[in-house]
Design a protein around this ligand. Sequence first.
Ligand code: GDP
Length: 453
Amino acid sequence: MTNTEETIVALATPSGTGAIGVIRLSGPDAIIIANSVFKGKDLTKQPSHTIHFGTIVDDDTILDEVLVSLFVGPKSYTRENVVEISCHGSAYIIESIIKLLIKKGARLAKAGEFTLRAFLNGQMDLSQAEAVADLIASNSKASQQIALQQLRGGFSNQLQELREQLVQFASLIELELDFAEEDVEFANRDQLKKLIHDIIKVIAALIQSFELGNAIKQGVNTVIAGRPNAGKSTLLNALLNEERAIVSHIPGTTRDTIEEVLNINGINFRLIDTAGIREAKDAIEKIGVERTMEKIAQSALVIYVYDAAVLTDEQLNSDLAKLQREDVTILTVANKTDLLLPEKIEALNQANIVTISAREKTAIEELRSKIYHSAIKEQLDGNETLVTNIRHLDALQKTESALANVLRGIDAVTSDFLSMDIKQALYYLGEITGAVTTDDLLDNIFSKFCIGK
Ligand code: GDP
């Protein structure tokens, strides 16, 4: 997967033209290779964590003036010798320098190979390595915060401790197997039960946190639905505060779906404006309506907007009934309050319906807050351990069911079966932190990284 005898090289900054480009080398020969193309001080004789000015030369041709940063292993990101060359950000210069370094013995790094080496060399565990990718991909304050928390190891420390306690029990039960004839019990079954219960509690909370964690990381898929002319486009504009969707008087003009992202308190709501939920009359609109129903099936939140000045209660109820889905929250929004009597508005509010005027931009802030709380029910204080990774969720669910087996078997089965069930649970727990890995698993994770990371 990665031969750590080889020295790897890649551009660490985005490709294309920039003020500077950073080329990174890692491996046993990183410093020697860099030194062979560097004109300035002898890099092999410089201490770690120093920066040196000089030129990169290909025989007699000067390629660029650069700054070279030295990190002597193990005090580096990968725990290997690492050199970072900051050159001018021309695509031509960068390519020439990388080609030159390859000529001198380095090899182009594969996606995620620097971080893979950091993991293999014990710099971080697997969930922390994954957090590096999440951090790079983070696009809101909330997603950046949870990635950073995971990178610092909060999540893995918790699991590591649990795993160690379970390992102790596993070894006591193994010991019982050695004395099978004597019928002794080294592992106190009541203590084991208590430990398993404790672990299941933690695991269940982590599993539960995924819904929120995922909402923060991926954003909340949100559909704005409603009949033509209800004011969906006007509302979308009011929420986004700009004229993106085209507002028109002709019913059904929002024919295509338009995706926009609404950020509320750091959470991204991926808004999809729609062609409405009434039966389509012509072909083009039909596509839009079908797509709307499809999108609703994939969303977590539906903002249902209706024209409170014209829609009857029966029509409203029939629309809401059509939208009902398992796992989808529906936020009912009565629009055009500027056309309503105050008593009517009051009655709607009593019925827990959000009342707004999209055109007059009345109560848009209240609506934003309702949208936020429909997805984020708990109070966030930034210290929660949140599971955001589907791979972790999968391993946690498998751990949970393995632990349930242990619990069922404690009084019923012999030590050898119990030992097997515990090992199964340990295996899945280990998959999260990387205590247990396979090449396929690592390949799968690191191939999704960008080159140079
Ligand atoms: P859509 O078909 O649901 O996207 O509806 P539009 O946003 O295109 O709005 C339809 C019509 O209703 C337009 O003429 C809007 O100006 C009007 N409209 C939207 N919101 C309001 C509102 O709060 N009050 C009033 N009086 N008219 C509104």
